[in-house]
Design a protein around this ligand. Structure first.
Ligand code: ADP
Ligand code: MG
Ligand code: MG
Length: 321
C-alpha cells in the first residue's frame, strides 16, 4: 500500500521577500537546488547590488552597449515590447523614478515635483537599443536605468517550475513573495492548491478569500505590499510612467491567474494601469489570462473562472452579481 505523501515546507528570504517552497515528502537536496537556482537568477537581474547584468547595463548608460546572457537579453526584449504597447503602464525604464522614491526601502519620501519631471525624461523605453545579433543592450541617455522588479519574480518562478518538472516532481508550489507558481495539485486534492488572497492593510493571515488552481500561476500585486503614508495619503510601489507618481485609481490589488508566472507579473502591472472597466474588456479578448480585482470600495471582481475557483471568506467584501 502506498504511504501517505507528507507536505514539507522550506523557506528563505531572497529578493527582499519571503520565499516558500512546498514539496511532498522530505527532499532537502532538491529544496537546496531550488534556492540556489533562485539566487543565481537574482544575481543576474537585481538592481540593488553590483555586479549583476542589469547593473552593468545601467552603469554604462549614455556610454556604451553591454553584452548580456541570452536569457537576460530575452527577458529585456519581452519587457521592452510590453513597455511599448499603446498606453502601457508597464515600463522597464522606470528605474530613475523607482530609485528616487525608494518605496519599500529606507529613506522613502515624496520627491519634489520638478525632480520627478526631470527623471521622467530618462524613462522612455524607446531610448533602449537592443542588438539581438550582438546580444547587447544600450541605454542612450546617461542616468537611464532598467528595473525588472515587475517581471523578475514571475520569470524566476517559471524557471523553478521548469526545473521541478525536469526533476519529475509531480506536485509542488513555489511562492516568491506574492508570485505563486504550481506544479500539478497536492496529492488527493483534486480541487488543487488553495492560495490565499490577502485582505489589504490587514494582518498577515487575514484573507479575503481562497483561490484554487491546478498547474497555474497566481500573481498578486497590491498597493498594500510596499508603501509609505504621509498626511493620510498612501504612496505605493507601482508607479505611473506618465506622471511619475504611484498609480492612483479605484484598485487595491490585481491578481492574475495564468499558465506562466511571467505573464502574471506583466499583466498585474498592465491591468493595474487599466483599472476594472478597461481591464475586464481586455480580459474578455485574452481568454488565457484571468484576473481578480479588489477595489477600494470593497468589491471583489473576477473575470471568467475557467482556470481557477474563488471562494470569498471575508464578508465585508462583496462580489457583484
Ligand atoms: P511586487 O511583486 O514587488 O509586489 P510588482 O510585480 O507589482 O511588485 O512590481 C513592482 C516593482 O516593479 C516595483 O518595486 C519597481 O521595482 C517596479 N515598477 C514600479 N512601477 C513600475 C512600472 N510602471 N512598470 C514597470 N515596473 C515598475
Ligand atoms: Mg511581482
Ligand atoms: Mg509584476
Amino acid at each position: 500500500m502506498p504511504t501517505e505523501a507528507r507536505v514539507c515546507a522550506y523557506s528563505a528570504v531572497m529578493m527582499g521577500s519571503p520565499i516558500l517552497l512546498k514539496l511532498f515528502d522530505h527532499d532537502e537536496t532538491l529544496a537546496r537546488q531550488v534556492f540556489q537556482l533562485i539566487k543565481q537568477q537574482e544575481n543576474l537581474l537585481t538592481v540593488n547590488r553590483s555586479p549583476s547584468e542589469i547593473m552593468n547595463i545601467n552603469q554604462a548608460a549614455g556610454q556604451h552597449a553591454v553584452v548580456v546572457s541570452q536569457p537576460v537579453f530575452e527577458l529585456i526584449q519581452i519587457a521592452c515590447q510590453v513597455s511599448q504597447l499603446p498606453d502601457s503602464c508597464f515600463n522597464l525604464a522606470i528605474g530613475p523614478l523607482v530609485k528616487r522614491w525608494k518605496i519599500g526601502f529606507q529613506g522613502d519620501h515624496v520627491p519634489p515635483a520638478a525632480e520627478l519631471q526631470a527623471r521622467l525624461a530618462l524613462t522612455d523605453p524607446r531610448d533602449i537599443e537592443l542588438d539581438a545579433a550582438a546580444r547587447s543592450v544600450f541605454l542612450r541617455k546617461a542616468g537611464m536605468e532598467i528595473d525588472l522588479g515587475a517581471i523578475a519574480k514571475g520569470y524566476i518562478a517559471d524557471c523553478v517550475q521548469a526545473f521541478l518538472r525536469q526533476q519529475q516532481v509531480g506536485s509542488a508550489l513555489i511562492n516568491l513573495g506574492g508570485n505563486v507558481q504550481t506544479v500539478g495539485a497536492p496529492p488527493d486534492e483534486p480541487q488543487g492548491w488553495a492560495i490565499g488572497l490577502k485582505t489589504p492593510f490587514a494582518g498577515l493571515d487575514a484573507l479575503i478569500g481562497v483561490i484554487n488552481v491546478v498547474n497555474k500561476s497566481v500573481v498578486t500585486s497590491g498597493v498594500y505590499e510596499r508603501y509609505f503614508k504621509v498626511d493620510g495619503h498612501y504612496y505605493h510601489h507601482i508607479l505611473d510612467p506618465k506622471t511619475g507618481y504611484p498609480l492612483d485609481n479605484e484598485l487595491l490589488s490585481v491578481t492574475i491567474i495564468s499558465d506562466r508566472s511571467i505573464d502574471g507579473d506583466i499583466y498585474t502591472t498592465l491591468l493595474y494601469g487599466m483599472g476594472v472597466e478597461q481591464g475586464m474588456r481586455y480580459l474578455a479578448a485574452h481568454p488565457d489570462i484571468e484576473a481578480i480585482f479588489v477595489t477600494r470600495d470593497k468589491q471583489v471582481i473576477c473575470s471568467s473562472q475557467r482556470q481557477f475557483c474563488f471562494t470569498l471568506l471575508d464578508d465585508s467584501y462583496h462580489q457583484p452579481e
